[in-house]
Design a protein. Sequence first.
Length: 488
Amino acid sequence: MKTTEDAARPGEERRFFGHPWPLATLFGMEVWERFSFYGMQAILLIYLYYEASRGGLGIDQSIAIGIVGAYGSSVYLSTILGGWFADRVFGAERTLFYSGIVVMTGHIALAVLPGVHGVTVGLVCVALGSGGVKATCSALVGSLYEPGSPKRDAGFSIFYLGINIGGFVGPLLTGLLQQNAGFHYGFGIAAVGMAIGLMQYAKGRKHLPNDQKTAPDPIGASSLKRYVAAAVVALAALGLAVALGWVRAENLSGVLLGIIAVAAVVYFAVILRSSHITADERSRVYAFIPLFLTSAAYWALYSQSYTVITAFFDQRVDRSLFGWEIPVGWLVSVQALTIIVFSGVFAWLWTALGKRQPSSAGKFVLAMAIIGATFLGYLPFLGGEGASMPLFVLVLLLLGFTASELCLSPIGLSVSTKLAPKAFQTQMMALFFLSLALGFAAGGELGAYYTEETEVGYFIAMAAIGGVTTVLLALCLPFIRRAMKGAD
């Protein structure tokens, strides 16, 4: 029987760089969704803490950093909800489409609704929608290929390029519009980008595999009613907590940090106590625990690039280039560009090293060591008044973030699949995303302690977190190697 990969259906004889044509539809969706996502995130922090005379909301900087950290955390937490809707309600294809609409709605709210109300509605919608996109788009790419297909990795490489193209171009445009026309125009172009992505997806979605258009394990009507009732109760409890002041803007990242930590412990307990996994599979889950904790620590540090480093770029870096001031939002574009340039270099490096390359856990050690050392690079430029760091120095430090990301992020996705029990393949991937959610929430909590008075101690503390985690994980390497049972 022919598959999508074989271009069996009418109109699928067209190819996209030698791959099934539906990859072009998913590639385009990811480009424009990441365009809107990173474009908005590039200017979000300064929108929150800029005073009203500069178009912002005038929120205290430490609170603004916590809000951005909580928002980033909720995106990855929402992948669990997106995956549930794909598996039990709509199917992956429809969940992706509906999630894109929710994302666009959020950007429109940020663009047209004034003040805190626009931020609240906008960020909730973008977080929920982006979680649904992340949970489904990659799965749909995988569905285009037969198991064991030699084209699968290349297809994902093309798809990953789309992520970084969107991440590069989006902040360029939103940053320019924010600087020259105002924040709401920047948020508006993010909404336009998502609308373009939805239009091209609507045109090409008919060519996606039919088995992705329905839920593989549809929920029964009675069970659905129970879930709806539970959701109503949860929303009512959240509303009560907000009304009573238990959940506030200044403690939002801390609340999320606690929820995610409990969810992760429960998730691990469910998998480890399951009767559906073998002794070797259970051992591999134990091997995953130190990698999960390291990933959370890593993303707590990396998330500073969207909060503390953004504020530093805005306030302490000489952004003038040939007499023109670079928009603050372009910081995210620089990061995306370095990923585009160096991802191929790292892929070549691991291939060239072959069996001599570090293990997956060893690459985690390298990632933590690099990102910890990067924070030390800021120390010579701290403690002074006004812009004190040359632009090229910041770019060099961002290369450290890029090198560390390429040692951990794709490796984390890979090792999650290597160590996953057969009965928990999807759940282990959800666990890895939980480590990102945990890290972003922790990063938001940490960022609240950053001020101009504490910046020297703050950057030393970030470097110390990287260094201590590096040493602890290095000490765990023999245990991880044994517990993997040859899976690496």
